[in-house]
Design a protein around this ligand. Structure first.
Ligand SMILES: Nc1nc2c(ncn2[C@@H]2O[C@H](COP(=O)(O)OP(=O)(O)OP(=O)(O)O)[C@@H](O)[C@H]2O)c(=O)[nH]1
Ligand SMILES: [Mg+2]
Length: 424
Protein backbone atom coordinates (compact mmCIF):
# COMPACT_ATOMS: atom_id res chain seq x y z
CA UNK A 1 0.00 0.00 0.00
CA UNK A 2 1.52 3.35 -1.06
CA UNK A 3 -0.60 5.76 0.97
CA UNK A 4 -1.54 4.50 4.41
CA UNK A 5 -5.30 4.62 4.84
CA UNK A 6 -6.48 6.68 7.80
CA UNK A 7 -8.64 4.51 9.99
CA UNK A 8 -11.23 5.04 12.71
CA UNK A 9 -11.90 2.20 15.17
CA UNK A 10 -15.34 1.71 16.69
CA UNK A 11 -16.09 -0.60 19.60
CA UNK A 12 -18.76 -1.08 22.22
CA UNK A 13 -18.85 -2.49 25.72
CA UNK A 14 -21.62 -3.56 28.06
CA UNK A 15 -21.53 -2.32 31.65
CA UNK A 16 -18.51 -0.95 33.43
CA UNK A 17 -16.96 -4.41 33.86
CA UNK A 18 -16.68 -4.82 30.12
CA UNK A 19 -14.64 -1.71 29.55
CA UNK A 20 -11.19 -3.12 30.27
CA UNK A 21 -11.78 -6.12 28.07
CA UNK A 22 -13.07 -3.91 25.26
CA UNK A 23 -10.01 -1.63 25.55
CA UNK A 24 -7.75 -4.66 25.20
CA UNK A 25 -9.73 -5.81 22.19
CA UNK A 26 -9.43 -2.31 20.67
CA UNK A 27 -5.63 -2.33 21.22
CA UNK A 28 -5.51 -5.57 19.35
CA UNK A 29 -7.75 -4.18 16.60
CA UNK A 30 -5.26 -1.31 16.23
CA UNK A 31 -2.40 -3.83 15.79
CA UNK A 32 -4.49 -5.64 13.20
CA UNK A 33 -5.03 -2.38 11.29
CA UNK A 34 -1.30 -1.66 11.36
CA UNK A 35 -0.52 -5.18 10.18
CA UNK A 36 -2.90 -4.57 7.27
CA UNK A 37 -1.03 -1.38 6.41
CA UNK A 38 -3.41 1.22 7.84
CA UNK A 39 -2.91 4.03 10.33
CA UNK A 40 -5.24 4.38 13.30
CA UNK A 41 -6.26 8.02 13.72
CA UNK A 42 -9.26 7.83 16.06
CA UNK A 43 -10.86 5.32 18.42
CA UNK A 44 -14.45 5.47 19.56
CA UNK A 45 -15.53 3.20 22.40
CA UNK A 46 -19.17 3.43 23.42
CA UNK A 47 -21.14 1.86 26.24
CA UNK A 48 -24.25 0.16 24.91
CA UNK A 49 -26.72 -2.20 26.51
CA UNK A 50 -28.01 -3.61 23.26
CA UNK A 51 -27.05 -3.79 19.61
CA UNK A 52 -29.15 -1.68 17.26
CA UNK A 53 -30.49 -4.12 14.64
CA UNK A 54 -30.18 -1.66 11.75
CA UNK A 55 -27.06 0.35 12.55
CA UNK A 56 -25.25 -1.62 15.31
CA UNK A 57 -24.67 1.52 17.41
CA UNK A 58 -27.46 4.12 17.54
CA UNK A 59 -28.32 6.13 14.45
CA UNK A 60 -27.18 9.34 16.14
CA UNK A 61 -23.80 7.78 16.89
CA UNK A 62 -23.38 6.72 13.28
CA UNK A 63 -24.11 10.26 12.12
CA UNK A 64 -21.53 11.52 14.60
CA UNK A 65 -19.04 8.99 13.20
CA UNK A 66 -19.76 10.35 9.72
CA UNK A 67 -19.13 13.94 10.86
CA UNK A 68 -15.82 13.04 12.54
CA UNK A 69 -14.74 11.12 9.43
CA UNK A 70 -15.38 14.20 7.35
CA UNK A 71 -13.49 16.46 9.73
CA UNK A 72 -10.50 14.18 10.17
CA UNK A 73 -10.30 12.91 6.62
CA UNK A 74 -10.84 9.27 7.61
CA UNK A 75 -10.81 6.70 4.77
CA UNK A 76 -12.07 3.63 6.54
CA UNK A 77 -14.13 2.75 9.63
CA UNK A 78 -13.40 -0.59 11.32
CA UNK A 79 -15.88 -2.08 13.81
CA UNK A 80 -14.47 -4.39 16.46
CA UNK A 81 -17.52 -6.67 16.33
CA UNK A 82 -19.16 -8.51 13.47
CA UNK A 83 -21.65 -6.46 11.50
CA UNK A 84 -24.54 -8.06 9.63
CA UNK A 85 -24.57 -7.31 5.88
CA UNK A 86 -27.52 -4.94 6.41
CA UNK A 87 -25.82 -3.10 9.29
CA UNK A 88 -22.67 -2.54 7.24
CA UNK A 89 -24.76 -1.27 4.33
CA UNK A 90 -26.74 1.13 6.54
CA UNK A 91 -23.69 2.51 8.32
CA UNK A 92 -21.90 3.07 5.01
CA UNK A 93 -24.87 5.05 3.74
CA UNK A 94 -25.19 7.17 6.85
CA UNK A 95 -21.50 7.80 7.49
CA UNK A 96 -20.54 7.99 3.81
CA UNK A 97 -17.39 6.00 4.48
CA UNK A 98 -16.17 2.51 3.70
CA UNK A 99 -17.01 0.25 6.64
CA UNK A 100 -15.58 -3.15 7.52
CA UNK A 101 -15.61 -5.34 10.63
CA UNK A 102 -12.92 -7.20 12.52
CA UNK A 103 -13.54 -10.44 10.61
CA UNK A 104 -13.06 -8.74 7.27
CA UNK A 105 -9.88 -7.13 8.50
CA UNK A 106 -8.47 -10.46 9.66
CA UNK A 107 -9.42 -12.04 6.32
CA UNK A 108 -7.56 -9.19 4.61
CA UNK A 109 -4.41 -9.83 6.65
CA UNK A 110 -4.60 -13.52 5.88
CA UNK A 111 -5.01 -12.73 2.16
CA UNK A 112 -1.96 -10.43 2.27
CA UNK A 113 0.18 -12.98 4.06
CA UNK A 114 -0.80 -16.24 2.33
CA UNK A 115 2.24 -17.65 0.50
CA UNK A 116 1.66 -21.35 -0.09
CA UNK A 117 -1.04 -22.55 -2.46
CA UNK A 118 -2.88 -24.27 0.39
CA UNK A 119 -2.97 -21.10 2.49
CA UNK A 120 -4.12 -19.12 -0.55
CA UNK A 121 -6.95 -21.56 -1.31
CA UNK A 122 -8.03 -21.56 2.32
CA UNK A 123 -8.14 -17.78 2.52
CA UNK A 124 -10.03 -17.55 -0.76
CA UNK A 125 -12.60 -20.03 0.50
CA UNK A 126 -13.08 -18.09 3.73
CA UNK A 127 -13.37 -14.81 1.82
CA UNK A 128 -15.95 -16.25 -0.56
CA UNK A 129 -18.02 -17.59 2.31
CA UNK A 130 -17.87 -14.22 4.00
CA UNK A 131 -18.78 -12.39 0.79
CA UNK A 132 -21.65 -14.54 -0.44
CA UNK A 133 -24.33 -13.14 1.88
CA UNK A 134 -22.97 -9.64 1.22
CA UNK A 135 -23.09 -9.74 -2.56
CA UNK A 136 -26.36 -7.88 -2.71
CA UNK A 137 -24.64 -4.91 -1.08
CA UNK A 138 -21.98 -4.87 -3.77
CA UNK A 139 -24.44 -5.05 -6.60
CA UNK A 140 -26.88 -2.56 -5.21
CA UNK A 141 -25.51 0.35 -7.14
CA UNK A 142 -26.16 -1.51 -10.39
CA UNK A 143 -29.66 -2.73 -9.64
CA UNK A 144 -31.27 0.65 -9.21
CA UNK A 145 -32.52 0.64 -12.78
CA UNK A 146 -35.67 -1.32 -13.53
CA UNK A 147 -37.71 -2.75 -10.70
CA UNK A 148 -41.36 -3.73 -10.60
CA UNK A 149 -43.07 -6.82 -11.94
CA UNK A 150 -41.37 -8.45 -14.88
CA UNK A 151 -38.51 -5.97 -14.98
CA UNK A 152 -35.75 -7.49 -12.94
CA UNK A 153 -32.86 -5.07 -13.07
CA UNK A 154 -29.56 -6.04 -14.66
CA UNK A 155 -27.94 -5.97 -11.22
CA UNK A 156 -30.32 -8.60 -9.99
CA UNK A 157 -29.57 -10.88 -12.93
CA UNK A 158 -25.87 -10.32 -12.55
CA UNK A 159 -26.22 -11.16 -8.89
CA UNK A 160 -27.66 -14.58 -9.74
CA UNK A 161 -24.87 -15.23 -12.25
CA UNK A 162 -22.27 -14.20 -9.73
CA UNK A 163 -23.72 -16.37 -7.00
CA UNK A 164 -23.64 -19.37 -9.30
CA UNK A 165 -20.07 -18.71 -10.35
CA UNK A 166 -18.96 -18.24 -6.77
CA UNK A 167 -20.61 -21.48 -5.65
CA UNK A 168 -18.76 -23.30 -8.42
CA UNK A 169 -15.47 -21.79 -7.25
CA UNK A 170 -16.26 -22.83 -3.67
CA UNK A 171 -16.81 -26.38 -4.82
CA UNK A 172 -13.46 -26.44 -6.68
CA UNK A 173 -11.58 -25.00 -3.71
CA UNK A 174 -13.12 -27.50 -1.30
CA UNK A 175 -12.18 -30.35 -3.63
CA UNK A 176 -8.58 -29.09 -3.92
CA UNK A 177 -8.23 -28.76 -0.17
CA UNK A 178 -9.76 -32.19 0.43
CA UNK A 179 -7.20 -33.70 -1.93
CA UNK A 180 -4.40 -31.90 -0.15
CA UNK A 181 -5.54 -33.24 3.22
CA UNK A 182 -5.62 -36.77 1.82
CA UNK A 183 -2.11 -36.44 0.39
CA UNK A 184 -0.80 -35.15 3.68
CA UNK A 185 -2.43 -37.97 5.61
CA UNK A 186 -0.59 -40.43 3.34
CA UNK A 187 2.71 -38.58 3.81
CA UNK A 188 2.33 -38.55 7.59
CA UNK A 189 1.43 -42.23 7.67
CA UNK A 190 4.60 -42.98 5.70
CA UNK A 191 6.71 -41.19 8.28
CA UNK A 192 5.79 -43.85 10.81
CA UNK A 193 3.77 -44.19 13.96
CA UNK A 194 5.37 -41.39 15.92
CA UNK A 195 3.92 -39.38 18.75
CA UNK A 196 2.63 -36.13 17.28
CA UNK A 197 3.01 -32.79 19.03
CA UNK A 198 1.75 -29.42 17.85
CA UNK A 199 2.67 -25.89 18.89
CA UNK A 200 -0.42 -23.78 19.46
CA UNK A 201 -1.03 -20.37 20.95
CA UNK A 202 -2.20 -16.84 20.48
CA UNK A 203 -0.70 -15.05 17.50
CA UNK A 204 2.75 -13.47 18.01
CA UNK A 205 3.57 -15.43 21.18
CA UNK A 206 6.73 -16.98 19.71
CA UNK A 207 5.57 -20.39 18.46
CA UNK A 208 7.72 -20.29 15.33
CA UNK A 209 10.74 -19.00 17.24
CA UNK A 210 10.43 -21.95 19.63
CA UNK A 211 9.86 -24.34 16.72
CA UNK A 212 13.07 -23.16 15.05
CA UNK A 213 14.96 -23.38 18.33
CA UNK A 214 13.88 -26.95 18.97
CA UNK A 215 14.07 -28.41 15.45
CA UNK A 216 16.68 -26.21 13.76
CA UNK A 217 14.07 -25.44 11.12
CA UNK A 218 13.94 -22.08 9.42
CA UNK A 219 10.33 -20.97 9.65
CA UNK A 220 9.82 -17.22 9.21
CA UNK A 221 9.23 -15.33 12.44
CA UNK A 222 8.38 -11.69 12.90
CA UNK A 223 6.79 -9.11 15.12
CA UNK A 224 3.54 -8.96 13.23
CA UNK A 225 0.22 -10.71 13.75
CA UNK A 226 -0.33 -13.89 11.73
CA UNK A 227 3.20 -14.28 10.45
CA UNK A 228 2.59 -18.02 10.05
CA UNK A 229 -0.36 -19.08 7.93
CA UNK A 230 0.44 -22.68 7.09
CA UNK A 231 1.75 -25.75 8.86
CA UNK A 232 5.30 -27.09 9.00
CA UNK A 233 6.20 -30.45 10.49
CA UNK A 234 9.66 -31.68 11.45
CA UNK A 235 11.01 -34.90 12.90
CA UNK A 236 12.38 -34.19 16.37
CA UNK A 237 14.87 -36.77 17.68
CA UNK A 238 15.00 -36.99 21.45
CA UNK A 239 17.19 -39.05 23.78
CA UNK A 240 16.42 -42.78 24.33
CA UNK A 241 15.66 -43.21 20.63
CA UNK A 242 12.40 -41.30 21.00
CA UNK A 243 11.07 -39.50 17.95
CA UNK A 244 8.30 -36.91 17.97
CA UNK A 245 6.71 -35.24 14.93
CA UNK A 246 6.50 -31.57 15.85
CA UNK A 247 4.32 -29.06 13.95
CA UNK A 248 4.16 -25.28 13.92
CA UNK A 249 1.04 -23.63 12.62
CA UNK A 250 -1.22 -20.57 12.48
CA UNK A 251 -1.91 -18.62 15.68
CA UNK A 252 -5.28 -17.82 17.19
CA UNK A 253 -6.96 -14.55 18.16
CA UNK A 254 -10.12 -13.49 19.99
CA UNK A 255 -13.28 -13.22 17.87
CA UNK A 256 -11.62 -15.26 15.14
CA UNK A 257 -13.99 -15.45 12.14
CA UNK A 258 -15.59 -18.86 12.07
CA UNK A 259 -15.35 -19.06 8.25
CA UNK A 260 -11.62 -18.81 8.68
CA UNK A 261 -11.44 -21.58 11.25
CA UNK A 262 -13.60 -23.82 9.08
CA UNK A 263 -11.68 -23.22 5.87
CA UNK A 264 -8.30 -23.59 7.61
CA UNK A 265 -9.02 -27.21 8.36
CA UNK A 266 -6.02 -28.41 6.30
CA UNK A 267 -3.67 -26.14 8.24
CA UNK A 268 -5.20 -26.97 11.61
CA UNK A 269 -5.23 -30.70 10.96
CA UNK A 270 -1.87 -31.14 12.67
CA UNK A 271 -3.45 -29.66 15.82
CA UNK A 272 -6.55 -31.84 15.59
CA UNK A 273 -4.41 -34.95 15.07
CA UNK A 274 -1.84 -34.14 17.75
CA UNK A 275 -1.30 -36.36 20.78
CA UNK A 276 0.38 -33.54 22.68
CA UNK A 277 -0.21 -29.81 22.50
CA UNK A 278 2.53 -27.34 23.41
CA UNK A 279 0.60 -24.21 24.32
CA UNK A 280 2.83 -21.14 23.97
CA UNK A 281 1.71 -18.10 25.97
CA UNK A 282 3.42 -14.70 25.95
CA UNK A 283 3.95 -13.98 29.64
CA UNK A 284 5.16 -10.44 28.90
CA UNK A 285 1.71 -9.54 27.52
CA UNK A 286 -0.63 -8.05 30.14
CA UNK A 287 -3.56 -10.01 28.71
CA UNK A 288 -1.86 -13.40 28.73
CA UNK A 289 -4.57 -15.03 30.88
CA UNK A 290 -7.37 -14.11 28.52
CA UNK A 291 -5.19 -15.16 25.57
CA UNK A 292 -4.74 -18.59 27.16
CA UNK A 293 -8.50 -18.84 27.62
CA UNK A 294 -9.13 -17.81 23.99
CA UNK A 295 -6.70 -20.44 22.69
CA UNK A 296 -8.35 -23.15 24.77
CA UNK A 297 -11.78 -22.18 23.52
CA UNK A 298 -10.65 -22.21 19.86
CA UNK A 299 -9.15 -25.65 20.48
CA UNK A 300 -12.56 -26.79 21.66
CA UNK A 301 -14.22 -25.28 18.61
CA UNK A 302 -11.99 -27.20 16.23
CA UNK A 303 -12.45 -30.43 18.18
CA UNK A 304 -8.88 -30.61 19.46
CA UNK A 305 -9.84 -31.61 22.98
CA UNK A 306 -8.73 -34.21 25.50
CA UNK A 307 -5.09 -33.86 24.53
CA UNK A 308 -2.17 -33.61 26.85
CA UNK A 309 -1.14 -29.94 27.15
CA UNK A 310 2.32 -28.62 27.92
CA UNK A 311 1.94 -24.94 28.84
CA UNK A 312 4.97 -22.73 28.25
CA UNK A 313 5.44 -19.10 29.32
CA UNK A 314 7.53 -17.49 26.61
CA UNK A 315 9.32 -14.11 26.52
CA UNK A 316 10.38 -14.21 30.18
CA UNK A 317 13.28 -11.97 29.16
CA UNK A 318 10.76 -9.17 28.64
CA UNK A 319 9.12 -9.48 32.07
CA UNK A 320 10.31 -6.50 34.09
CA UNK A 321 8.59 -7.34 37.37
CA UNK A 322 9.61 -10.73 38.73
CA UNK A 323 6.47 -10.89 40.88
CA UNK A 324 4.37 -11.16 37.71
CA UNK A 325 6.21 -14.30 36.71
CA UNK A 326 6.02 -15.71 40.23
CA UNK A 327 2.29 -15.14 40.37
CA UNK A 328 1.78 -16.67 36.93
CA UNK A 329 3.75 -19.76 37.94
CA UNK A 330 1.72 -20.04 41.13
CA UNK A 331 -1.48 -19.98 39.07
CA UNK A 332 -0.09 -22.48 36.54
CA UNK A 333 2.31 -24.69 38.46
CA UNK A 334 2.97 -26.98 35.53
CA UNK A 335 4.00 -24.17 33.14
CA UNK A 336 7.56 -23.98 31.81
CA UNK A 337 9.08 -20.47 31.77
CA UNK A 338 11.33 -19.81 28.81
CA UNK A 339 12.73 -17.38 26.30
CA UNK A 340 12.61 -18.87 22.82
CA UNK A 341 14.57 -15.90 21.52
CA UNK A 342 17.54 -16.44 23.84
CA UNK A 343 17.15 -20.20 24.06
CA UNK A 344 16.57 -20.24 27.84
CA UNK A 345 14.39 -23.11 29.01
CA UNK A 346 14.14 -24.75 25.60
CA UNK A 347 15.80 -27.92 26.94
CA UNK A 348 13.14 -28.12 29.64
CA UNK A 349 10.49 -28.21 26.91
CA UNK A 350 12.33 -31.04 25.15
CA UNK A 351 12.69 -32.92 28.41
CA UNK A 352 8.95 -32.61 29.14
CA UNK A 353 8.18 -33.73 25.62
CA UNK A 354 10.41 -36.75 26.09
CA UNK A 355 8.76 -37.66 29.39
CA UNK A 356 5.31 -37.33 27.82
CA UNK A 357 6.27 -39.38 24.79
CA UNK A 358 7.76 -42.07 27.03
CA UNK A 359 4.74 -41.93 29.32
CA UNK A 360 2.49 -42.86 26.42
CA UNK A 361 4.38 -46.14 26.02
CA UNK A 362 4.59 -49.31 28.05
CA UNK A 363 7.51 -51.63 28.38
CA UNK A 364 6.50 -55.19 27.57
CA UNK A 365 8.23 -58.46 26.81
CA UNK A 366 7.01 -60.32 23.76
CA UNK A 367 7.81 -63.93 22.96
CA UNK A 368 7.72 -64.76 19.25
CA UNK A 369 7.97 -68.05 17.36
CA UNK A 370 11.52 -68.28 15.95
CA UNK A 371 10.59 -67.61 12.34
CA UNK A 372 8.06 -64.83 12.81
CA UNK A 373 9.98 -62.11 10.97
CA UNK A 374 6.79 -60.22 10.21
CA UNK A 375 5.92 -59.68 13.86
CA UNK A 376 9.51 -58.76 14.65
CA UNK A 377 9.51 -56.04 12.02
CA UNK A 378 6.12 -54.85 13.32
CA UNK A 379 7.75 -54.33 16.72
CA UNK A 380 10.64 -52.43 15.19
CA UNK A 381 8.26 -50.25 13.22
CA UNK A 382 5.75 -49.38 15.93
CA UNK A 383 7.83 -49.59 19.07
CA UNK A 384 11.26 -48.91 20.46
CA UNK A 385 13.04 -52.26 20.76
CA UNK A 386 15.28 -52.25 23.83
CA UNK A 387 16.66 -55.75 23.46
CA UNK A 388 16.06 -59.14 21.88
CA UNK A 389 17.46 -62.63 22.56
CA UNK A 390 16.74 -66.28 21.88
CA UNK A 391 15.24 -67.99 24.91
CA UNK A 392 14.32 -71.69 24.68
CA UNK A 393 14.05 -71.48 20.92
CA UNK A 394 11.80 -68.43 20.89
CA UNK A 395 12.67 -64.80 20.25
CA UNK A 396 12.14 -62.77 23.40
CA UNK A 397 11.86 -59.04 22.68
CA UNK A 398 11.72 -56.20 25.19
CA UNK A 399 9.96 -53.27 23.59
CA UNK A 400 8.41 -49.92 24.52
CA UNK A 401 5.26 -49.40 22.60
CA UNK A 402 2.08 -47.31 22.74
CA UNK A 403 -1.10 -49.06 23.83
CA UNK A 404 -2.80 -48.27 20.54
CA UNK A 405 -0.31 -50.53 18.71
CA UNK A 406 -0.55 -53.49 21.09
CA UNK A 407 -3.59 -55.23 19.66
CA UNK A 408 -1.80 -57.51 17.15
CA UNK A 409 0.58 -58.53 19.95
CA UNK A 410 -2.10 -59.81 22.32
CA UNK A 411 -1.19 -63.50 21.85
CA UNK A 412 2.53 -62.92 22.29
CA UNK A 413 2.83 -60.65 25.30
CA UNK A 414 4.71 -62.45 27.98
CA UNK A 415 4.94 -59.91 30.72
CA UNK A 416 3.27 -56.57 31.35
CA UNK A 417 5.09 -53.32 32.06
CA UNK A 418 7.40 -53.46 35.06
CA UNK A 419 6.47 -51.28 38.03
CA UNK A 420 7.63 -47.67 38.42
CA UNK A 421 11.24 -47.30 39.39
CA UNK A 422 12.46 -50.18 37.27
CA UNK A 423 15.29 -49.04 35.07
CA UNK A 424 14.92 -49.14 31.31
N1 LIG B 1 11.86 -10.77 23.65
C1 LIG B 1 11.47 -11.91 23.11
N2 LIG B 1 10.91 -11.90 21.90
C2 LIG B 1 10.51 -13.08 21.38
C3 LIG B 1 10.66 -14.31 22.07
N3 LIG B 1 10.16 -15.30 21.30
C4 LIG B 1 9.72 -14.71 20.17
N4 LIG B 1 9.94 -13.38 20.20
C5 LIG B 1 9.60 -12.38 19.18
O1 LIG B 1 8.19 -12.30 19.05
C6 LIG B 1 7.81 -12.08 17.69
C7 LIG B 1 6.86 -13.17 17.25
O2 LIG B 1 7.53 -14.40 17.17
P1 LIG B 1 7.04 -15.59 16.25
O3 LIG B 1 7.87 -16.77 16.58
O4 LIG B 1 6.92 -15.15 14.83
O5 LIG B 1 5.58 -15.78 16.87
P2 LIG B 1 4.40 -16.76 16.42
O6 LIG B 1 3.71 -17.20 17.65
O7 LIG B 1 4.93 -17.81 15.51
O8 LIG B 1 3.47 -15.72 15.64
P3 LIG B 1 2.40 -15.97 14.46
O9 LIG B 1 2.95 -16.96 13.50
O10 LIG B 1 2.26 -14.61 13.87
O11 LIG B 1 1.15 -16.43 15.14
C8 LIG B 1 9.11 -12.06 16.89
O12 LIG B 1 9.48 -10.72 16.71
C9 LIG B 1 10.09 -12.79 17.79
O13 LIG B 1 11.43 -12.40 17.60
C10 LIG B 1 11.27 -14.28 23.37
O14 LIG B 1 11.45 -15.27 24.04
N5 LIG B 1 11.64 -13.05 23.82
MG1 LIG C 1 4.47 -18.29 13.63
Amino acid sequence: MQVREKVMLVGIFKGRGGREDAEESMDELASLVETAGGEVAIRILQERRSIHPATFTGKGKVEEIGAVCEEEDIDLVVFDDDLSPAQARNIEKLAERRVIDRSQLILDIFALGARTSVAKSQVELAQIEYTLPRLRRMWEHLSRTGGGIGTRGPGETQLEVDRRRIRRRMFTLKKQLGKFEQDRAVRTAKRGPFVKASLVGYTNTGKSTLFNGVTKANVTTGDRLFETLDATTRVLRLPLKEVVLLSDTVGFIRKIPHHLVASFHATLECVIDADIIIHVADISHPGYESQIATVRSVLEDIGATGKHEILVFNKVDMVKDEDILKLALRMHEEAIPLSALYGWGVDAVKERLLQDALGRKEKITVSLPPKDGKMLSYLHKYGTVLGQELVDGRMSVVVKIERRYMKPLADYIESPAPQEGTQN
